[in-house]
Design a protein around this ligand. Structure first.
Ligand SMILES: NC(=O)c1ccc[n+]([C@@H]2O[C@H](COP(=O)([O-])OP(=O)(O)OC[C@H]3O[C@@H](n4cnc5c(N)ncnc54)[C@H](OP(=O)(O)O)[C@@H]3O)[C@@H](O)[C@H]2O)c1
Length: 234
């Protein structure tokens, strides 16, 4: 690990991404924060701001390939060296294969898989030598949730993508960690009536990622799987 790293986090304004931003920010020199809404990004910028930390906010819709390409260009101009890339942005859209809205699967593949592919690939020149890439996957990356088929399909594909990146990035000195949480408090669960402990606290995931990044450079924590003690919610 490098002291005072340069870190990029997608989906940084809410849920798990926000907890990651709050965990990493006190230790960072440069922080790139990505989401679709400028107002949320500016609010987060104000919360995290401190002397010695340079924050760049990027209002980007990562489901649009052209915007991902522009993000790569903008980030490389500001930060030719990046220590940590956290591809966290992703979405769950409900429905079964036969009754879901047309375009559901396509959208989740674009955001949950292809944006991670394009961003990681585009930023490799900045990560070479000592970078660390995290892809936010899910327990649905290994288990087919029959009530969430398209989400599970996208997360299975994302896991395969991340494994393939690990294979190709290892010789370049870049570590790759797949993070697979179970149900975690975030915007997606805000209307459910569960006791607090039934879902994971996103800060615990952020802590695990911080520790994975802090391992000596020669150690690569390849996968993190964490569930609520009571297990999944099907
Ligand atoms: N929560 C869970 O139970 C759970 C469990 C396992 C894995 N995960 C995974 O963890 C990741 C984060 O989930 P979360 O539950 O924390 O989500 P969340 O609370 O809904 O937050 C999603 C974040 O991503 C941003 N975002 C959404 N769509 C975007 C787009 N098209 N382009 C750019 N940014 C976008 C959102 O900001 P804007 O809306 O302003 O763009 C927000 O900052 C996802 O990959 C999800 O699959 C979640």
């Amino acid at each position: 690990m490098t002291p005072n790293p340069t870190v990029l986090i997608t989906g940084a304004t809410k849920g798990i991404g926000r907890a990651i931003a709050e965990r990493f920010a006190p230790e960072c020199k440069v922080l790139h924060l990505v989401s679709r809404h400028a107002s949320d990004l500016l609010e987060l910028n104000d919360v995290l701001s401190r002397s010695g930390l340079e924050i760049h906010v990027h209002e980007v819709d990562l489901s649009e390939a052209i915007q991902v390409q522009q993000l790569v260009t903008d980030v490389l101009q500001i930060s030719p060296n990046i220590d940590v890339l956290i591809n966290n942005a992703g979405v769950y859209l409900p429905g079964s294969l036969l009754d879901e809205s047309s375009g559901n699967l396509d959208y989740m593949i674009r955001l949950n898989v292809l944006s991670h592919y394009e961003l990681t690939k585009g930023l490799v020149p900045a990560l070479k030598g000592k970078g660390h890439v995290f892809h936010m996957a899910s327990v649905a990356s290994r288990k087919m949730f029959v009530n969430k088929p398209s989400y599970s399909i996208s997360k299975h594909a994302q896991l395969a993508l991340t494994d393939a990146f690990r294979h190709e990035l290892r010789p370049l000195g870049i570590r790759v960690t797949t993070v697979m949480p179970g149900p975690t408090w975030s915007a997606s669960w805000e209307n459910v009536d569960f006791p607090e402990e039934r879902l994971l606290d996103p800060r615990h995931i952020a802590d695990l990622m911080w520790h994975a990044w802090n391992l000596p450079q020669e150690a690569d924590l390849e996968e993190l799987v964490i569930r609520p003690r009571e297990g999944d919610i099907d």
